[in-house]
Design a protein around this ligand. Sequence first.
Ligand code: MN
Ligand code: MN
Length: 465
Amino acid sequence: MERKNAWETYDKSQEKKVMKLAEQYRQFISAGKTERECVRLTEKMAREAGYISLEEALTSGDTLKPGDKVYAIHKKKLAVLFQIGPEPLEKGMNILGAHIDSPRLDLKQNPLYEDGEMALLDTHYYGGIKKYQWAAIPLALHGVVARKDGTVVELAIGEDPSDPVLGISDLLIHLSGEQLQKKAAVVVEGENLNIIVGSKPLKSKKDKEKKELILKALLEILKEKYEIEEEDFLSAELEAVPAGPARDFGIDRSMIMGYGQDDRICAFTSLTAQLQAENPKYTAVCLLTDKEEIGSMGATGMQSRYFENVVAEVMNLTGQYSELALRRCLQNSHMLSSDVSAAFDPNYANAFEKKNIAYLGHGMVFNKYTGSRGKSGSNDACAEYIGALRKVMDDASVNWQTAELGKVDQGGGGTIAYITANYGMDVIDSGVALLNMHSPWEVSSKADIYEAYRGYKAFQKAEWN
Ligand code: MN
Ligand code: MN
């Protein structure tokens, strides 16, 4: 079964739309490099599209009616959007889910130290990374520092072209004979992912104060610029990410290279489709979750009860809530659990099985199952659901393909699909294929971004038997 390259199906005006959406996406991932930043962008876009917050809906005392749009945000890291449809909620919702956290280096709670005439920040990486990819590249520091008095400082150092950047050193090739004999997993070790942030000592007249003067100088800068003390690091969430904007990739500009495309590529396209949903029959939902890369745990991860609670709130606001109606609503829902897939990479062809791998430019990807070692941990969507989706996608002339992550027993991965499937709803893994997944600079096809967006739009309009 051969599937078409989407680019071959576009006329001039469609290609213009592809490029326009990709440029909006490029700006989105350049501005949204943490889950908090993505939530903020999401809220702004939602409000511009006529959404009100759940708190506003609750305080207004008005009933939510078909056509009404409401969003909820949890702990500034998770967002859910609803556009109420005319069908009773207990008939189910059409849910687009994706995650907005990405692999990165988090600062440790006690991160700052001085060594070898430098000030450094110690990190603990978040999500699965090849550690050696994070040395000798420019890094930016994003996040929040919460002071004891309840105030919160927000930082983003390294993105503005006039900003300094930070980074992790690597050993010079001349002395690397021993290092290069090591296995790639330990060439750069996790404990050595220390970010250099300064090298200029404080000028001290008194001899007895001549201790850790570089560190002291750095703390003075932090105090002056951000009014934070060393102890404030204890209550901070600071994330080191690759510095700089996403870029067009390829001489033909057909691709995007950028940080955090897993899974903001599915988040952005799902969100854009949700914001443009026109009179969906079933309540249309877009769920942008956190913590997927570390197992979906925590209050803002998919395993938390937050989503279920918000659905209960929304049902209540429409006057349709009962415990049984909520259970029916969740079980009767249909979901695209969107996450990135691996794109075939000719440099590493051996990792893939050619007829069951996604290709860049071949459109939106559907994965019946994920998991590893015999589909273990996988949701494995129902054939009947996939049959119905084939019709939805083909009727809307969406370019789409099916894929597995790689060869059998080559490895594997998980998503949030199995968690919402716990409600008994129909869920399938879908999304966009990437090259360089989980590396500092991931690559996607602009055609695939466009096709995912079109697929999500078609899904939000879908009607089920
Ligand atoms: Mn991932
Ligand atoms: Mn992912």
